[in-house]
Design a protein. Structure first.
Length: 301
């Protein structure tokens, strides 16, 4: 069961709801696949995931994003409840400082029996460049449904005009504490006859900047090098930033104008729609038979 945009008399292809959320990277399990990533039981390769956990360090804008994801969960809950089904409880997490966190993930593989008619993607470039996973595959494939895009925002100034182009990025270059933006969709997966789980699904992740990475590194080094305490906070941006975080909530949010996917189709085989969705005010839920998938429609009013 997926969440899509829909108009009352929609004609043509449907569009899956994809939302954007910014925050600091608190935890991550990203490609490429290494030997230690493999489960001991190779029959459980289907459990391999690419996942991230974000924190907003108490930012109200991040809290608004948490409430937005919660609204999606409650939309599924009401929809399924009205049809005699149940969805398991979902709630945001908390970091060590008790700030709210959000986790997003996407499985790397799909059972081949469930992938009929779905476009397959190569694992060679991003996910399995060391050919660790591919020789073990028997009944699993990597499809568009499993595909996660990785991007980097690079700032340039041309003719005194600042622009923010995006470029493809390798997932191994993401580090904890990086400020990122994720693009996510939402699904309810049936695990029993009338029992579902709520899945905030990772679709893309974009590196916005590494400022906090320097703060994080400097903060660790300060425990090893007491002499750093004599550095002037007024002249050292990293120390000033650490002190600001210690004083209270810091907003990591920046508005970034972009198209969904951060770029048009290229040689990686992606065919996702890059047009920006219309802002929503109300949700309208309906049953739609679309290739044997249940669909929850969303209409803008």
């Amino acid at each position: 069961m997926i969440l899509i945009y829909a108009e009352p008399e929609q004609v043509g292809d449907i569009e899956e709801v994809v939302l954007n959320l910014q925050g600091y990277l608190l935890n991550a399990t990203l490609p490429p696949i290494r030997q230690h990533n493999l489960p001991r039981n190779h029959n459980r390769l289907i459990d391999l995931k690419q996942s991230v956990t974000l924190t907003g360090l108490g930012s109200e804008q991040f809290h608004a994003g948490v409430r937005g994801v919660g609204a999606m969960y409650h939309a599924f809950k009401m929809y399924l409840g009205s049809r005699g089904s149940h969805i398991r409880t979902w709630a945001p997490g908390c970091d060590a400082g008790e700030s709210l966190t959000l986790a997003f993930s996407n499985r790397i593989l799909t059972p081949a029996k469930n992938a009929e008619g779905k476009r397959e993607f190569s694992l060679e470039n991003m996910v399995d460049p060391f050919n660790i996973l591919r020789p073990l595959l028997c009944s699993e494939v990597h499809t568009l449904e499993n595909h996660v895009e990785y991007w980097n925002r690079t700032l340039h100034r041309r003719n005194n005009i600042e622009s923010s182009p995006f470029e493809r990025y390798k997932p191994e270059f993401f580090n904890l504490s990086n400020m990122v933006e994720v693009q996510v969709s939402f699904q309810a997966i049936r695990v029993a006859r009338h029992d579902y789980i709520f899945i905030p699904k990772l679709r893309a992740i974009c590196l916005l900047h590494r400022t906090a990475e320097g703060v994080y590194t400097h903060h660790l080094l300060s425990f090893l090098q007491p002499m750093l305490m004599y550095a002037s906070p007024t002249n050292d941006y990293n120390i000033a930033a650490i002190e600001a975080i210690a004083r209270g909530p810091v907003s990591p949010m920046k508005k970034v104008k972009r198209k969904v996917g951060y770029g048009c189709s290229d040689d990686d085989g992606s065919e996702e729609d890059v047009s920006s969705p219309t802002a929503m005010k109300h949700l309208h839920l309906d049953d739609v038979d679309n290739s044997h998938n249940q669909v929850m429609r969303v209409s803008s009013t």
